[in-house]
Design a protein around this ligand. Structure first.
Ligand SMILES: CC(C)(COP(=O)(O)OP(=O)(O)OC[C@H]1O[C@@H](n2cnc3c(N)ncnc32)[C@H](O)[C@@H]1OP(=O)(O)O)[C@@H](O)C(=O)NCCC(=O)NCCS
Length: 166
């Protein structure tokens, strides 16, 4: 039996979405462009708006119905940029990792992208080997490197730029 189900995050999921998003930002500051300090200060309505502006998929535990993983997909409004979508905000709770949920969330974004955009792009910190391998297995390829993409405190982090299809 499947351990999880993938479905779109609904407006009524906003509290659970906020909690999981903030858990991820706090535990893995280098994995996200956003920071816990900035988003933790935002009210629930701000997260509800984010759900309206983006397509966000969640992994729901088959056993407990808890939200255990999330991934965002954004397509820009701009006419010159809406041919490419962005996969962002990938996070799976530590206890749910290694079960294929991350891979299933990427697959769901790519299904959504087909027929909507020509390419999906993402960025990932160079040291995040697990995530890079996950994206490569899904068909993403590296096309660039952004040095000093993130600055956390006094420390810089380089990011790999990846695209699907390459
Ligand atoms: C990257 C991340 C989303 C992967 O999620 P996941 O649900 O563990 O993904 P999968 O189960 O599909 O695959 C993870 C890989 O780690 C392996 N793995 C095995 N046990 C594991 C464990 N206990 N914990 C983590 N990974 C494990 C899996 O086998 C798989 O690798 P393989 O196919 O080469 O064997 C998750 O580790 C995470 O949320 N990390 C923190 C946030 C982050 O880095 N986000 C990405 C930002 S770009």
């Amino acid at each position: 039996m499947a351990l999880f189900e993938i479905r779109g995050i609904l407006p009524q999921d906003v509290s659970r979405y906020r909690k999981l998003r903030l858990d991820g930002l706090r535990a893995h500051p280098e994995a996200f462009g956003a920071s816990w300090e900035e988003e933790a200060a935002q009210p629930l309505a701000w997260f509800a708006e984010s759900l309206e502006r983006n397509i966000i998929f969640g992994g729901v535990s088959a056993e407990t119905s808890e939200l255990i993983g999330i991934v965002g997909f954004h397509v820009p409004d701009s006419a010159k940029q809406r041919h490419k979508g962005v996969l962002w905000g990938m996070y799976v709770e530590p206890r749910a990792r290694g079960t294929g949920l991350g891979a299933a969330l990427v697959t769901r974004v790519l299904q959504q992208a087909l027929g909507t955009v020509e390419q999906v792009r993402l960025t990932v910190v160079v040291t995040n080997k697990v995530a890079i391998r996950l994206y490569e297995r899904a068909g993403f390829e590296k096309y660039g490197l952004e040095r000093r993409a993130l600055k956390i405190g006094e420390e810089y982090h380089d990011e790999v730029l990846m695209a699907w299809p390459p």
